[in-house]
Design a protein around this ligand. Sequence first.
Ligand SMILES: C=CC1=C(C)c2cc3[nH]c(cc4nc(cc5[nH]c(cc1n2)c(C)c5CCC(=O)O)C(CCC(=O)O)=C4C)c(C)c3C=C
Ligand SMILES: [Fe+2]
Ligand SMILES: [Fe+2]
Length: 343
Amino acid sequence: MRKEAQTGVLLVNLGTPDSTAVPDVRKYLREFLMDKRVIDIPFLSRWLLVNGIIAPFRAPKSAAEYRKLWTDRGSPLLFHTEDLKEKLIQRLDTEKYHVEIAMRYQSPSIQRGLRALQKARVKKIIVLPLFPQYASATNGSVIDKVMEIVKEWQVIPAISYVPRFVDHPLYLQAWEDISAAYIEKQEYDAYLFSYHGIPERQIHKASCEGYCQLSDKCCARQTPSNQYCYRAQCFYNTRLLVDKLGLPAEKVHTAFQSRLGKDPWIQPYTEDTIRQLARKGAKKVLAFSPAFVADCLETTVEVGEEYKEVFEEEGGQQWDLVPCLNSHDTWVDCVKALVLEQE
Ligand SMILES: C=CC1=C(C)c2cc3[nH]c(cc4nc(cc5[nH]c(cc1n2)c(C)c5CCC(=O)O)C(CCC(=O)O)=C4C)c(C)c3C=C
Ligand SMILES: [Fe+2]
Ligand SMILES: [Fe+2]
């Protein structure tokens, strides 16, 4: 008889629509944007904004964007997470570990993943949100959802969470291994690290406990008091990668993409930075997207296609994007290490 696994591992990414059909995209946007940690305004205002404006108007546009990205295997965000799981299973002792994946929004759900672990009778659950830098809207939301589900169980197992892994040596090594092919081949005029943005108020509200002034004095330095400031973690991530990859610091830029709505989001905005770079004469740019571990709409389409167009419109000539970690071997080693370090 097969021994029961002792430890369950739940790898959780953000989520993606079930298909590129407009109703599926609308359903996804509704679930995602009705999360109070994502659009952090009072319920009624959020409901009106999401159901009255964003979902109806954005869904058809987003569906068209998703069609550019979709493959025979569906959404890259999902199939890269599936591949990561398969490779992780090969590296772990399957007598001891039971691995499941989940998406915070849509499918496969966190509910399904946790139930599978419950059925496997694991004694302990390790939840790994697949976001290197902690944000309330991502890691915080995953942890919140897991707690909401397990609090209803008769027997609540031991649960541990990996809150962030921005400075894990194997995470940095994985970026080095993937970008080597670009960096060794040629020197670029600029290296742009573009992270997903968040509304400024989310930094003020939670991350920095009143300390963060959103200035580079605070965010460009990681200190114990701002280690959960999302913006600070992004600057820190860039700095660690500049050291690891041996990039010329004066050519490196950090910026934030994907602003939604009219409220101020954390700056500088990627689009502004690209225009400035091109206007100052940069012809060749290498872009990185280290807030994402898997290729998705925000990397392949937004950075890889839309920002490329902006750069070319301003006179830029070569725009290269380093792919995400996906299921690269060093990244799988990193995930394995993150799991074992929880034991
Ligand atoms: C680093 C991770 C992410 C943070 C932080 C984040 C915050 C955030 N996002 C929105 C709005 C949208 N994001 C969308 C897509 C999307 N976002 C992330 C990651 C983070 N989001 C990923 C991985 C993806 C891509 C999913 C995929 O299927 O490929 C979208 C949908 C696409 C679109 O219509 O543009 C929206 C909308 C907000 C408001 C927010 C606030 C904190
Ligand atoms: Fe997003
Ligand atoms: Fe900060």
